[in-house]
Design a protein. Structure first.
Lengths: 284, 348
């Protein structure tokens, strides 16, 4: 049924007003990262695409952009994986099942790799950069026949900071998938790879003209190393996508905080191709 | 072509007096010896009919320095509702440069990215705007950015004559504001006097940007790594005065304020500045404009490159406020002209 002018006007007034979501489950992922399953009123789907984010708010503490880490196929609730770092995220970690949080969005452009069907997908993730990429990895599993090989290269600071370890192992065990994990600082009992995430690139077979790269790493300077390593083996710039992080206050392209040169990360990004990034001074 | 009429000063003041009663009047008024501010007026004798510029632009009629976007309650259950202020007001005495700025803020808040900000939109719709022409001082450079005859957004526009004012009726809302005020058609002499005013205004302006506005994005891109940014930054305190007084700056921050009872509160928007150290700070912590030259350069790029390209005109109206207000005399056009001159010397 079409909305009446009154309903449309009311909807416009709600631009900054969050919908109240309910936390329906939590799961500790590491000592500081926790997964929150959130249900919108009426179990309505979020209708997000992998790579998009929501503005999560707790009244009294404020609002912050948080990437969605569940796939679009999961519709009754969606998941956010949040590290306890500031006042808002600390307040979130104090909440549990049945508590309510504000949700605006989804915002942003997402990874949009469906425009490159049948290609191999190379995911390069660092630290909590894996969080939004988990949405993409799961989406690829949901539409496995539409993509070529899936290669996930993931670097964490230490074994204790590896996110979604069981899921990584499960993804790696599937046909047409390859998952490698490395840590910067090994601990006792770690017998995997050691070094930054770019050291994994020579360890996998990459078919550059047939590969689309999606990367989210940190600190920001790591993007340059990822780009250089993949550019050297011949992955074209327009097949490399980087998701960038900026502080945002509105998600609507108004507040100015997330500007990179003349672009707004919230509306023009957060995902930019290497072709686009090369024209931007403040990108990475 | 707008209807051009003439109103005498007494009748104009009667119109303002009526507006001050209903719906309310905001107009420039004198503060101290030589400063002016847009403020609520109850007595129309307080209205400054002649002034060069107000310290702050009239943008806080639409984008208050601090405003509630929503109110929230925590008990009995969490809920929030939008706070939309659509109280009508007459905004009187807006100069052409500031009318241009309102047109630009309209684009930023109502059109850009196809998203219309409901809080700005409601205030904007509720305001009746009366523009008035002005005589510039040494800080003005409206002729370099093409704003000296702007009428954008105004419902009425006045040009001072020896006796009374030429009135351009631009909208039905403007016509309604005039009510029963005695008006007559402008004589050919009065029309000529209006033209003469505009010519005298343009002639009086000495400050210039030494190139065409549409050439600036490319010039600035070529001078991205110019030493001029660091030299300018050596004198800058990052105090944010320039962005605060700017009629087209619209960046904002949002934070929550609790009621003392802790039973609820409001989410508030307030003016922010790209010149502040933490403006581009992200987790890590990493700061994308952590060095002052980066922030200084961003201001000129935002005004004359990025938004100039996106909007089609510089996001600067030539009002001269930032240069006049700068505590260390950083000169907006001076820096821009240095960059233009450097580009002329060094460009291939």
């Amino acid at each position: 049924m079409a909305a009446t002018p009154g309903q449309r006007a009311a909807a416009r007034e709600q631009l900054y007003v969050p919908r109240m979501g309910t936390i329906v489950r939590t799961e500790d992922i590491t000592a500081v990262d926790r997964l929150f399953g959130i249900e919108l009123p009426g179990r309505r789907p979020l209708h997000h695409a992998p790579g998009q984010f929501v503005q999560l708010s707790i009244f009294g503490f404020g609002e912050a952009p948080i990437s969605v880490c569940s796939p679009p196929s999961q519709t009754e609730s969606f998941e956010l994986c949040v590290r306890k770092v500031g006042s808002l995220t600390t307040a979130l970690h104090a909440l549990g099942e049945g508590d309510r949080v504000g949700i605006r969005g989804p915002f942003g452009n997402g990874f949009a790799i469906e425009c490159m069907p049948k290609m191999d997908v190379l995911i390069v993730a660092g630290g909590i950069g894996l969080v939004p990429l988990r949405s993409l990895i799961k989406d690829i599993q949901d539409h496995r026949e539409e993509h070529g090989r899936l290669i996930v290269l993931y670097g964490a600071k230490s074994p204790g900071e590896v996110l979604f370890a069981r899921e990584l192992a499960r993804w790696g065990a599937r046909r047409k998938n390859e998952v490698l994990v490395t840590v910067d600082e090994p601990a006792d009992g770690w017998n995997g790879h050691v070094g930054v995430v770019t050291t994994l690139i020579p360890k996998v077979r990459i078919d550059p003209p047939n590969t689309v790269v999606v990367s989210l790493v940190g600190p920001p300077v790591m993007y340059k190393f990822v780009y250089m390593a993949l550019m050297e083996i011949g992955v074209p710039d327009d097949q490399m996508f980087f998701s960038l992080e900026r502080r945002m206050k509105c998600g609507l392209g108004k507040c100015g905080h997330c500007q990179i040169d003349g672009r707004c990360v919230c509306t023009d990004g957060p995902v930019f191709s290497a072709t686009e990034l090369k024209t931007m001074h403040e990108g990475i | 072509m707008a209807e051009t009429l003439v109103i005498d000063k007494t009748s104009l003041l009667s119109v303002l007096s009526a507006a001050a009663e209903t719906p309310g009047l905001m107009a420039p008024t004198r503060r101290g010896r030589a400063s002016f501010a847009f403020d609520r007026i109850t007595d129309c004798r307080q209205v400054a009919l002649e002034y060069v510029r107000t310290v702050l632009p009239p943008k806080n009629a639409f984008l208050p320095t601090r405003e509630a976007l929503l109110e929230f309650a925590l008990e009995p259950e969490q809920q929030a509702r939008a706070v939309i202020d659509s109280t009508p007001v007459v905004l009187f005495g807006v100069h052409p440069c500031d009318l241009s700025a309102l047109e630009q803020l309209d684009w930023a808040f109502l059109d850009r990215h196809d998203i219309s900000d409901p809080h700005y939109a409601a205030r904007r719709r509720a305001v009746t705007i009366v523009g008035i022409d002005c005589m510039p001082d040494d800080y003005c450079f409206c002729t370099s950015v093409g704003t000296e005859t702007m009428r954008g957004g105004a419902d009425l526009f006045l040009t001072p004559l020896t006796e009374g004012y030429q009135v351009e009726v631009l909208t039905a809302k403007g016509r309604a504001l005039l009510g029963e005020a005695p008006l007559r058609d402008a004589t050919p002499e009065e029309r000529a006097a209006g033209d003469a005013w505009r010519q005298a205004k343009a002639d009086r302006i000495t400050r210039r940007i030494n190139t065409q506005a549409d050439a600036l994005p490319d010039i600035l891109e070529r001078r991205h790594d110019s030493p001029i940014w660091a030299e300018t930054a050596r004198r800058c305190y990052s105090c944010g005065t320039c962005t605060t007084v700017c009629p087209t700056c619209f960046c904002f921050d949002v934070d929550d304020a609790m009621e003392p009872s802790l039973s609820g509160g409001s989410r508030k928007r307030r003016w922010d500045s790209c010149q502040f150290l933490d403006f581009a700070l992200v987790a890590g912590p990493h700061n994308f404009r952590g060095e002052r030259p980066d922030r200084v350069r961003h201001r000129w790029f935002r005004k004359f490159a990025y938004l100039n390209r996106e909007y089609g005109r510089p996001f600067c109206t030539g009002c001269g406020r930032c240069t006049q207000a700068c505590t260390t005399d950083i000169d907006l056009t001076g820096v821009l002209n240095e960059v233009i001159a450097e580009d002329g010397r060094e460009a291939p």
